[in-house]
Design a protein around this ligand. Structure first.
Ligand code: GDP
Ligand code: MG
Length: 375
């Protein structure tokens, strides 16, 4: 932007104006803090800070949501896209078998020939079928899904709706349908507990049709699978159908660009400091990459996959547990990779500062409101 000076740029890039002046000097441009700079100089400087010259310099780089959206959009237009595993959330009424299904998948479908076998609890895990992967979010239920959505995180590609064949459609079944529909996420119906004597899948199907879930036999396009999470009956079929649905959706990602992702869970580990379980969505995250995650920042120090094994890189839809952040982020926080650590740090610090400011303002509001209440 013409007319900007070192002071303006310092603000945008979260740097001291003096540093900007110095940097420009190194680039052969003599200026002071107030002198306005031409477009070429600004672009040169932007490039020096790892910002695409085409990216408008006047955009505040601490707005990582914007950066995330931009990269997501760029990925969708990229010709370097490759297939990526679908990300699945299991939903359904309480006691219909969500946890049993997740446990079965975790224990029997992480392919026995992969040494290590059992998955670690890292918020999400991958299941293999015929050399293809499916990522399951490990928190069944609606709260997690709603929380993610409320915070603008859209990581679920497919919802598996578990309905017990001996119980049928219940309030949380309907709630799950509503959630999935409003998120525009396709539903695969898993009629569960087929091993139970009172199982009545026909009745369940008829009930679900009232909510717009019409099986193919009836001219609809919703996939229905009859399973038993307990015995494992047809669970492979369910996985096949998930992959089929994924093919229809043409789920792709560009692993070549700078990484973006979303936090599934995070916590403070006594020995390892802040730990975040996250899903990479676009690009590839490498050990050593400078990142901003929500209002935290750092370099990826270690990366662990769902088998508890250390990995050097994470590709799209791959859940990993990372360490190296300065603080604990929140679930649904966005991850954005940066070119250099200094930028990541200044952006992270600016965001933490902004968040602190906001929380102070909120506290003040509350106190004022309380004051008015008592008057
Ligand atoms: P959630 O509340 O949806 O997570 O349901 P759970 O997975 O905790 O299952 C509730 C109960 O149903 C448990 O006692 C499970 O053992 C049982 N259950 C789950 N799936 C099946 C199934 O396919 N067949 C039978 N017979 N029982 C099941
Ligand atoms: Mg459960």
């Amino acid at each position: 932007e013409e007319g900007m000076n070192a002071q303006d740029l310092g603000k945008l890039l979260h740097r001291e104006p003096a540093e900007i002046v110095k940097k420009l000097f190194m680039l052969g441009v003599m200026t002071n803090q107030n002198q306005s700079l031409d477009k070429d100089t600004i672009e040169l400087l932007a490039a020096e800070y790892g910002i695409d010259a085409k990216q408008k310099v006047h955009e505040d780089i601490s707005d990582i949501d914007k950066l995330y959206d931009k990269r997501m959009k760029a990925a969708k237009e990229s010709n370097k896209q490759v297939k990526r595993p679908p990300v699945v959330t299991i939903m359904g009424h309480v006691d219909h078998g969500k946890t049993t299904l997740l446990d079965r998948l975790r224990h029997t479908h992480v392919s026995a020939h992969e040494a290590g076998g059992i998955t670690q609890k890292i918020g999400a895990y991958q299941v293999r079928l015929d050399d293809r992967l499916i990522t399951f979010l490990d928190t069944p239920g609606h709260a997690a899904f709603s929380n993610m959505r409320a915070r603008g995180a859209e990581i679920t590609d497919i919802v598996v709706l578990v309905v017990a064949a001996d119980d049928g459609v219940m309030p949380q079944t309907i709630e799950a349908i509503d959630h999935a529909k409003s998120a525009n996420v396709p539903i695969i119906v898993a009629i569960n507990k087929m091993d139970v004597p009172g199982a009545n899948p026909q009745h369940v199907t008829e009930q679900l049709m009232k909510y717009g879930l019409i099986p193919e036999d009836y001219g609809g396009d919703t996939i229905f699978v009859k399973i038993s999470a307990k015995t494992g009956e047809n669970v492979d079929d369910l996985l096949q159908m998930i992959l089929l649905q994924a093919d229809v959706m043409e789920l792709k990602a560009d692993p070549t660009q700078m990484a973006i992702g979303t936090v599934v869970e995070a916590r403070l580990s006594r020995g390892r400091g802040p730990v975040a379980d996250l899903l990479v969505q676009q690009g590839t995250l490498n050990v050593g990459d400078p990142i901003v995650v929500g209002n935290t920042f750092g370099r990826v120090r270690t990366m662990t996959n769902d088998r508890g094994r250390q990995v050097k890189k994470a590709t799209p839809s791959m859940p990993v547990e990372i360490t190296g952040l300065n603080d604990v982020p929140e679930s649904a926080d966005k991850l954005v990779e940066f070119e250099d650590e200094k930028t990541a740090r200044s952006v992270g610090e600016a965001r933490a500062q902004q968040a602190l400011q906001k929380s102070r303002e909120n506290v003040q509001h509350v106190t004022l409101d309380n004051l008015f209440d008592t008057m």
